[in-house]
Ligand binder design. Structure first.
Ligand code: G3H
Ligand code: 13P
Ligand code: ZN
Length: 306
């Protein structure tokens, strides 16, 4: 059933687990997410980025998400991911998403507060909840010095002030992750003490972006069947579990699903070069996606929480 994101995340916060938020770009990905959530009896969030909206259109992705959500036995919420353009955020609020992210993190603090507050007023009038972001979601390795890194990761005191002023419902924090498959060099590290300090000051559910684990098994499958990925590296299982223990309630994952999709496609194209029925070519990608999403849901502790 379609469910309010806020209800799902407040329940997760109370229960000490996190809900998986996975990006959708087409029917197969959305279907795999809901299927995985059903098999795990877990609540789930399907989210669309501005990029996915440019690719498939808001009406199309909303229709797919709504159809799957209505037909599903588990709570499904539709969320706008990284809304940076106010007109897209407004459109999503009017179109019926259960929640939107307004990402004003590229702006100075004051302007981020002002714009987020305006989005919150509009969204709350329509019963839509708002995720906001403070700090820069980039890898620790992207910062040259410790001083520079500290200036870009979420400041706990600023987070308290930001939530109070904006009245946002969820807060995305920068604690060392980055988007994509190359988050760290050497060893995966999250700034968990910073997360604890934020948690002590902020009551709303916290969100972790850039949470893909980049499983070695998928990387191997892709490389075995002709792909070249170099040395990707994601968030470790230990760090992810620790982040959830310390207040993360929504975990955003896109790259892992992309890797699973690619692994399935590469495998079938190489193993069955005479196959040209798209349904048969997409079936292994679907199975790979369902299996990685189920694993991720279990890691977050939301299995059985529907
Ligand atoms: O946060 C980023 C997500 O992976 C979405 O990526 O903008 O390429 O759709 P995208
Ligand atoms: P990954 O690139 O780690 O999957 O992060 C996705 C994300 O944060 C979407 O908002
Ligand atoms: Zn993100």
């Amino acid at each position: 059933m379609l469910t309010r994101t806020k209800r799902t995340l407040l329940k997760a916060q109370k229960g000490g687990y996190a809900v998986g938020a996975f990006n959708i770009n087409n029917m197969e990905i959305a279907h795999a997410i809901v299927e995985a959530a059903e098999r795990e009896k877990a609540p789930v969030i399907c989210q669309t980025s501005e990029g996915s909206l440019a690719y498939a259109g808001m009406d199309m992705l909303l229709a797919i998400g709504r159809q799957l959500g209505h037909a599903s036995k588990v709570p499904v919420s539709l969320h706008l991911d990284h809304g940076t353009h106010l007109e897209v955020v407004r459109e999503a609020i009017r179109a019926g998403y259960q929640s939107v992210m307004y990402d004003g993190s590229a702006h100075p603090f004051g302007r981020n507060v002002e714009r987020t507050r305006a989005v919150v007023t509009l969204a709350h009038a329509r019963g839509v909840s708002v995720e906001a972001e403070l700090g820069a979601i980039a890898g620790i390795e992207d910062f040259v010095s410790v001083k520079q890194r500290n200036a870009r990761l979420t400041n706990p005191e600023r987070a308290r002030e930001f939530v109070k002023k904006t009245k946002c419902d969820f807060l995305a924090v920068a604690i060392g992750t980055s988007h994509g498959a190359y988050k760290f060099k050497g060893r995966s590290r999250l700034d968990l003490s910073r997360l604890k300090e934020i948690r002590a000051r902020v009551r709303v559910p916290l969100v972790l972006h850039g949470a893909s684990s980049v499983p070695k098994s998928l990387v191997k499958t892709i490389e075995k069947h002709g792909g070249t990925l170099g040395e990707p590296m994601g968030v470790s299982d230990f760090d992810l579990r620790s982040a959830v223990k310390n207040g993360i309630c929504k975990v955003n994952t896109d790259t892992d699903v992309r890797l699973a999709f690619t692994a399935g496609i590469r495998k079938v194209l190489k193993q069955e070069p005479d196959e040209f029925d798209p349904r048969k070519l997409l079936a292994p990608a679907y199975e790979e996606m369902v299996s990685i999403i189920r694993w991720k849901i279990r890691l977050l502790g939301s299995s059985g929480k529907a």
